[in-house]
Design a protein around this ligand. Sequence first.
Ligand SMILES: NC(=O)c1ccc[n+]([C@@H]2O[C@H](COP(=O)([O-])OP(=O)(O)OC[C@H]3O[C@@H](n4cnc5c(N)ncnc54)[C@H](OP(=O)(O)O)[C@@H]3O)[C@@H](O)[C@H]2O)c1
Length: 273
Amino acid sequence: MVLKGRKIGIIGGGKMGEVLLSGIISHKLASAKDIVVSDTVAQRLEELKKTYRVRVTSDNNKTVRQGDIIILAVKPQNMAEVLEGIAGAVSGEKIIISIAAGITTKFIETRLGKSARVIRVMPNTPALVGEGVAALAAGAKATAQNINVAGQIFDSVGITVVVKEALMDAVTGLSGSGPAYAFVIIEALADAGVRMGLGRDIALTLSAQTMLGAARLCIESGKHPAELKDMVTSPGGTTIAGLKALEDGKIRATLMAAVEAATLRSKELGSAK
Ligand SMILES: NC(=O)c1ccc[n+]([C@@H]2O[C@H](COP(=O)([O-])OP(=O)(O)OC[C@H]3O[C@@H](n4cnc5c(N)ncnc54)[C@H](OP(=O)(O)O)[C@@H]3O)[C@@H](O)[C@H]2O)c1
């Protein structure tokens, strides 16, 4: 058990809370008896208890008192009331990990006390299949060791990077919103295959697996994507004809504009809090 001896509390047993719970247990980072989950929905707690054999409670304060590492997995709009409710139970030793989009470490520290060790994380939905990427940013009092502990949790559902908190909006614009861009590209390629005469199922399989395979090749070979592209682009061949059409459609500028628009929107939503 990597986090052996450390007890984990998860506040909010929704989609992301369950993804993390499942990753922690399946990777044996902690045993079920050392994990407690709280949520407002009793039925949800019963389901989680039955599936993962973890302890459950409707009392967030109990979760905080029993946990050394507390994961806040509630919606951003519920964060203020949750923090207000648990502030009295948080001591300086506990590591507080928040995955709530747009909620700053300062927002949390202001409500939990200046000595709170807070880490903000931006995960993404491919964590559901163990292929997520999460960016971690340390609050004022979180140590490198605290970041390392949090990283182990998110490594169980994908990979992790560490960034300065000021870059969290850019992370949101790229990897947070990114799965949606990828789904549109996969769907569009499948449509294109259908247009060229392929059946829908086969076109979608070819499209999705091509995106997955290209991404794996890029990551596992360590080669620059331009080099991998050049390897499949022969002079006067089919691929360069396709690439010319992509360039005519301004694919690079369009993707840059998408990430910029999402980053700015993330900033806008954050400053409205
Ligand atoms: N899903 C994603 O792809 C994704 C990606 C990156 C970050 N995030 C972040 O992850 C967080 C959770 O998202 P999610 O999709 O997992 O949401 P979700 O499925 O709605 O889960 C949140 C859970 O917390 C419960 N809850 C609400 N108020 C509570 C309280 N006061 N005490 C304890 N539990 C409470 C909710 O119950 P009710 O249903 O009764 O409200 C719900 O079961 C969000 O802050 C989001 O920004 C999500």
